[in-house]
Structures are given as structure tokens and as C-alpha cells.
Design a protein around this ligand. Structure first.
Ligand code: NAD
Ligand code: ISE
Length: 339
């Protein structure tokens, strides 16, 4: 297959993630340039576009996707806008890197799966970027060797400094634990079959009415049990850690011990303050892999099926949070395109 020349990318949504992806493509990624940016906030789109040579600002995603210099799309608008953007990209037969979530619920995710199947080939990579983090990649490789035996349990911690304005208790599941849902499915190669959410008395630092932290338990179809501590107002830093307990040993990532200092009677290191910092390398690797695959005419990485499966687990999680108890995950059969 011949490689395409430099890929012209439209970035839809120029907020925190979208603006960072524009910077990344211009400064870090090879083989691509940003030719269009889109935001419903015209001023925001314009201010990003003016920093990039040959980049046009739009307010309408469909208009950007019709532009002659747009070959591929990054969707970084809020989740509720993803379905419309994806369906428009399919109409233009454009490859898409779609930030998580694929869509906010399982029914809309299924509509995207069905539309992609009508195209007859994969078009979407979902932005589950932990699969591109060096430590998680090492953990996956180790598990693949089988040296430690069968994974029995996976312990996760996911902590953010503070929740943004407008957060709800459901968003701890829908917006944050989505990453552990993907990590569990990918690391273990198993589907999540049931979710139980337990909530301690909320932290005094959580905004009123937000149940933070939460302990989320998954059961999988391979018999593993997974726990996730999600704490989005921990105050001290951005921490993401995972430890797999296997039959013959354990393996753990995310301790952040890249450098340990000893001084004045103390030892310690630095904790990242947000995902842009903690996962910088993972985002770089993710976007480069997407550009490279797209230029080869391929789609690799997390698929729309992975996005749908996570949406289905989120629904079970939110029901458990609301009603209490263990909720089974309702998943359709995996279509042939995603096997
Ligand atoms: P944000 O609010 O900072 O930015 C969203 C931007 O999209 C805003 O500028 C808004 O005006 C614009 N917008 C809203 N509706 C639009 C539409 N219909 N078309 C075009 N633009 C529209 O949000 P964010 O934090 O950058 O999040 C964007 C996406 O990235 C979300 O899906 C979020 O879940 C995801 N995200 C992923 C990670 C990760 O670690 N992978 C981290 C944060 C956010
Ligand atoms: C955010 O949307 C992300 O995806 C981050 O990776 C996660 O840590 C954070 O909790 C979410 O709000």
C-alpha cells in the first residue's frame, strides 16, 4: 500500500484536549498537519487557527469535513456531540480519532457501530490513550508472556486534583472510570460482565452533592475481579496506578518513581497535576500511531466496539450508583467487523 502524503487533519473542538492535539500535530507528530479547526465558539476556533499556517477556522463540523484539504478528523468536542460528528465523518468516508467517550450511552454507541458496519470497514479509533502509555504497554507485554500465570485481580487507583465545575456523581463513572473499563478489557482480554459501586461518606473537599470518592468493582467473563478507587477531588495530584495480581506474582505501574530525591531528612518525588502532563507521551504515541496507520490506509487501536463495550459498562455502573447493588452488563454480540 502506498503511503499518503502529509495528512490534512481537522480538529473538532478546540478546548483543553483539542487545543493540545493541535499543538501536538504541529510540533510533535510527523506526517500530518492541521488544516481545519472547528468550535461552536467561533472566537476560540479563530484564536487556535491563527497560530497555525494554512489552517481554516469553522463553526460547523460538516463544513470542515467537506474542505478539500481535510483527509482525517480528530473529534475532541464534548461526548454528546460525538455521534453527529462521527456520522458526518462516515458520510465523507474520513478516518477519525475520537476522544473518549465514543458516545455518552450504549444506544448511541450502537448506532455508530451500525453506521460503521454499513461502510463495511473500520473508520474509527477511540482515544483510550492508556494503551499507548509506556508503563501500561510494559504491563500488557508481561501479561502476554504468561510468566506470572493467570491474572486473578486488578487493583486501580485514579485520582484527580479537583473536579471541574458542573461535575456530577455519575461523571466519576462516565468520564473517569471509562479509562479503567478499557484498561481492564485490554489488559486482561476479557469482557466486564457486572459492576458494583460502593460509596463512602463523601470527602469534605468534594463539591456539595457529589459522591466522591467511589469504589467501583468489575467482574469479568474470565473470572477476574477488578477494583477501581476513583477520587476526583483528592487535592494533591493526578495519580493513575494499576497492579495486577496473578497466580505466580504481581506487577504494578504508575508509582511515578521516575526520580526520587533525598534531601533534608526526607525522600520523595513529584506528582503530576493533570492528565496532559502525566499522559503526555501516551497522547503523542497515540496520535502518531493513528497518523501512521491512516497514511497506510489502515485503522488500528481501540475500535468503535471497544467504545460501545465501555458505554455498556458505564450504564451498568451508573445504575449501580443510583440503585445500589450489583448490576449485570448488557452487551450485544460482537459483530464480525470487530472480531
Ligand atoms: P473542553 O470543554 O475543554 O472543550 C470542548 C470544546 O468543544 C469547547 O471549546 C466547546 O466550545 C467545543 N464544542 C462543544 N460542542 C461542539 C460541537 N458540537 N462542535 C464543535 N465544537 C464543540 O473539553 P475537553 O476537556 O477538551 O474534552 C473534550 C473531549 O476529550 C471529551 O470527549 C472528553 O471526554 C475527552 N477527554 C479525554 C481525555 C483523555 O485523557 N483521553 C482527557 C480529557 C478529556
Ligand atoms: C478526563 O475526561 C479524562 O479522560 C482523564 O483522563 C481522567 O483522569 C479525568 O478524570 C476525566 O475527567
Amino acid at each position: 500500500m502506498t503511503e499518503r502524503a502529509t495528512l490534512g487533519v481537522a480538529v473538532i473542538g478546540t478546548g483543553k484536549m483539542g487545543a493540545d492535539h493541535v499543538r501536538r500535530i504541529q510540533e510533535v507528530t510527523s506526517g500530518a498537519r492541521v488544516t481545519a479547526v472547528v468550535d461552536v465558539d467561533a472566537e476560540r476556533a479563530k484564536s487556535v487557527a491563527t497560530r497555525v499556517d494554512g489552517c481554516t477556522a469553522f463553526t460547523d463540523p460538516a463544513a470542515a469535513m467537506s474542505a478539500a484539504d481535510v483527509d482525517a478528523v480528530i473529534v475532541a468536542s464534548p461526548g454528546p456531540a460525538h455521534e453527529a460528528a462521527l456520522l458526518t465523518a462516515f458520510e465523507h468516508d474520513l478516518p477519525v480519532l475520537c476522544e473518549k467517550p465514543l458516545t455518552p450511552d450504549a444506544a448511541s454507541a450502537l448506532r455508530v457501530l451500525e453506521a460503521e458496519q454499513r461502510l463495511g470497514r473500520r473508520r474509527v479509533q477511540v482515544g483510550f490513550m492508556r494503551r499507548y502509555d509506556a508503563e501500561y504497554m510494559k504491563l500488557k507485554s508481561l501479561l502476554k508472556t504468561g510468566q506470572l500465570g493467570r491474572p486473578l485481580m486488578l487493583h486501580n487507583r485514579h485520582r484527580n486534583v479537583a473536579s471541574p465545575p458542573g461535575w456530577t456523581s455519575e461523571m466519576l463513572i462516565n468520564d473517569s472510570v471509562t479509562h479503567e473499563m478499557d484498561v481492564t478489557r485490554w489488559l486482561l482480554g476479557q469482557e466486564i460482565t457486572a459492576v458494583t459501586v460502593l460509596t463512602p461518606a463523601p470527602s469534605g473537599n468534594a463539591p456539595d452533592g457529589i459522591r466522591d470518592p467511589q469504589l467501583v468493582l468489575f467482574e469479568t467473563d474470565g473470572g477476574a475481579v477488578v477494583d477501581v478507587e476513583i477520587f476526583v477531588n483528592c487535592g494533591f495530584g493526578y495519580q493513575v496506578q494499576a497492579e495486577v495480581v496473578c497466580e505466580r506474582g504481581t506487577a504494578r505501574v504508575g508509582d511515578g518513581h521516575a526520580m526520587v530525591t533525598n534531601a533534608a531528612g526526607r525522600w520523595g518525588g513529584i506528582i503530576a497535576q493533570d492528565y496532559i502532563e502525566r499522559f503526555a507521551d501516551a497522547y503523542d504515541r497515540e496520535v502518531q500511531a493513528w497518523v501512521d496507520a491512516t497514511r497506510r490506509g489502515e485503522v488500528t487501536g481501540p475500535s468503535a466496539w471497544d467504545g460501545y463495550a465501555v458505554a455498556a459498562v458505564c450504564e451498568a455502573g451508573v445504575r449501580s450508583l443510583e440503585d445500589g447493588g450489583r448490576v449485570a452488563v448488557d452487551l450485544v454480540d460482537r459483530p464480525a467487523l470487530y472480531r
